[in-house]
Design a binder for this molecule. Structure first.
Ligand SMILES: [Zn+2]
Length: 198
């Protein structure tokens, strides 16, 4: 079940929706970071609302149940993608639906997009001018406590090798690099063709 916009917005970014992505700005393709990613079709000006992150609105309890299932899949067949979005104190948004092209946007520790929650809807917004052909990224903002679960291959110069929200990333850097590399190698076995930590 997708939360579709009730009507076209005034934003020029959504004036000419395309059935596959609901945004004229982007196209999906093979990512240099992880799996498939999302790329700029043309220069996206700073501040543009690029695409809405749509999905199923679920309770925190349901989100926890689905996360447990996801972790089991991660152990079994390597499906490690996270699509559940922290929406409010009571609800999350599960973006695991093919229609939600925004689910393909990868995390980066030096992202070119940010999240905007406007009246209960989640938007991916450019935080600087994004040149045509560049991969779109935002900060997934994962909690520090979960760092061992989410290796990062974003390639940013200051990337600590795992996905943690920017405010707590300094804590990750205090963990010895050797320990981080070891952890990344352990979690990557059999799952990712590229080595962790680039
Ligand atoms: Zn990174």
């Amino acid at each position: 079940m997708c939360a579709q916009p009730p009507r076209l917005k005034k934003s020029p970014g959504l004036a000419r929706p395309r059935p596959k992505s609901d945004s004229r700005w982007i196209t999906a393709g093979q990512s240099a970071i992880h799996g498939r990613g999302v790329y700029a079709r043309e220069l996206i000006p700073d501040g543009t609302r690029v695409i809405e992150y749509t999905g199923e609105r679920i309770t925190k309890a349901e989100a926890a149940r689905r996360e447990t299932q996801r972790l089991a899949r991660q152990r079994n067949d390597g499906d490690d993608s996270v699509y559940i979005f922290n929406l409010t104190r009571r609800h999350d948004l599960d973006g695991r639906t093919r229609r939600n092209v925004a689910r393909l946007i990868n995390h980066s520790c030096a992202p070119n997009c940010r999240i905007e929650v406007i009246r209960g809807r989640v938007w991916i917004t450019a935080r600087r001018d994004i040149p045509a052909g560049a991969e779109l990224t935002f900060d997934y903002g994962f909690a520090f406590a979960e760092w061992p679960l989410h290796p990062c291959r974003c390639g940013a110069p200051r990337c600590p090798g795992f996905i943690v929200n920017s405010a707590q990333r300094w804590r990750l850097r205090q963990i010895p690099k050797a320990a981080r590399i070891q952890r990344a190698a352990a979690i990557s076995v059999g799952r990712h063709p590229r080595g962790a930590l680039g």
